[in-house]
Design a protein around this ligand. Structure first.
Ligand code: TYM
Length: 350
């Protein structure tokens, strides 16, 4: 029983989908459709892990789940050829997360930097779900025995944890795995992160040392996928820069986080390298580069925003895509849950 190559990734429905989510993740989701079987998930259970001020409450969660689905489709994901669904519709995610809770070690979770960032100073008051977030992530991926996971740079550590969980499960239950027909003693693949492209970590437009984020208080720090052309133009023109002209060589960007970020964004949107961007704009002032950046940004994002608007106006249609995707996802997840229960010795209905 060979492991097939399969892509899985997820996006949280916590509002304000931005250019970082698009360039760091969604653009790569679209590309991978050509070479892999892909499963793309709106991770609504993950959205619940933070305070209600972040996930927005029930009505917002529903709205945001549809909006992320719309963004997937508007960006070019084909829900007929691949699977698009929301996490809570497939119970295998939460069920496998429990089993993995008994494999993952407290020491591993204590090292997770995102928990520390998100919990902030008041760690005692963070939800248990926020602490367990990366274990549910491992379950998301491994319930489909996915082999490749396109994500932004910030998810690298979580992916390492998924690999550790898969490895420990395979080691701890190797004999049982073999006796259930997997002769190499491997049931879960070690998922590989795919962190690719010139914009794996898009930074805030207000501060080149901070990640572009949904939760930044300043809306000017990010370009939202729903922003119209005028808003995009304004935000880019206001973006922080430094007084020097753009360098002609990529290494000249190293000590200049804001310049590096804008050049990276341009390169990712235009589908070229940073060096190619500097060949065109190096030595020039930011103002003319910013005008070109506005053009490329609007040309890419405006059609997506338009299509998202059209899709969210028909929630019945979006929900039917999610339901159909969930039905297909469930077939794979159920099969993994049956095999995992057998490997662990849990009696199940036959
Ligand atoms: P979320 O919704 O926070 O982010 C979704 C994706 O966007 C990427 N991203 C960025 N990339 C570049 N620059 C940025 N500034 C930036 N901000 C966000 C994230 O890396 C991510 O790829 N934990 C995941 C959701 C998840 C998941 C999974 C992913 C849940 N289960 C299983 C992969 C596999 C997350 O960060 O969501």
């Amino acid at each position: 029983m060979a492991i097939v190559e399969r892509v899985f990734s997820g996006v949280q429905p916590t509002g304000n989908l931005h250019l970082g989510n698009y360039l760091g993740a969604i653009v790569n989701f679209v590309k991978l459709q050509e070479t892999h079987n892909c499963i793309y998930c709106v991770v609504d259970l993950h959205a619940l892990t933070q305070g209600i001020d972040v996930w927005g409450g029930p009505a917002e969660l529903t709205r945001n789940t549809r909006e992320v689905t719309a963004a997937f489709i508007a960006a070019g994901i084909d829900p007929k050829k691949h699977i698009v669904f929301n996490q809570s519709q497939v119970t295998g995610h939460a069920e496998l997360a429990w089993l993995f809770n008994c494999v993952a070690r407290v020491g591993w979770l204590n090292r997770m930097t995102q928990f520390k960032e998100k919990a902030g100073k008041d760690r005692e008051n963070a939800s248990v779900g926020l602490y367990d977030y990366p274990v549910l992530m491992a379950a998301d991926i491994l319930v489909y025995r996915a082999t490749h996971v396109p994500v932004g740079e910030d998810q690298k550590q979580h992916l390492e944890l998924s690999r550790d969980i898969a490895q420990k499960f395979n080691n701890d239950f190797g004999d049982s795995i073999r006796s259930h027909g997997h002769n190499e003693g491997i049931y879960f693949p070690l998922p590989e992160p795919l962190i690719t492209g010139p914009a794996t970590r898009v930074m805030s437009l207000r501060d080149g040392t901070k990640k572009m984020s949904k939760s930044d208080a300043s809306d000017n720090s990010r370009i939202n996928l729903t922003d119209d052309a005028d808003t995009i133009a304004q935000k880019i023109r206001k973006a922080k820069t430094d007084p020097e002209p753009l360098p002609t060589e990529e290494k000249g960007l190293e000590p200049r986080p804001e310049a590096d970020n804008l050049v990276g964004i341009y390169a990712a949107l235009a589908g070229v390298t940073k060096q190619a961007v500097l060949q065109d704009f190096g030595g020039g002032q930011f103002s003319s580069f910013k005008n070109a950046l506005v053009d490329v940004c609007v040309a890419k994002l405006a059609p997506i925003a338009g299509e998202m608007k059209r899709l969210v106006a028909d929630p019945g249609h979006v929900d039917s895509i999610l339901n159909e995707g969930a039905n297909r996802a469930r077939v794979i997840a159920d099969e993994t849950m049956r095999a995992t229960k057998d490997i662990l010795g849990l009696i199940r209905q036959r």
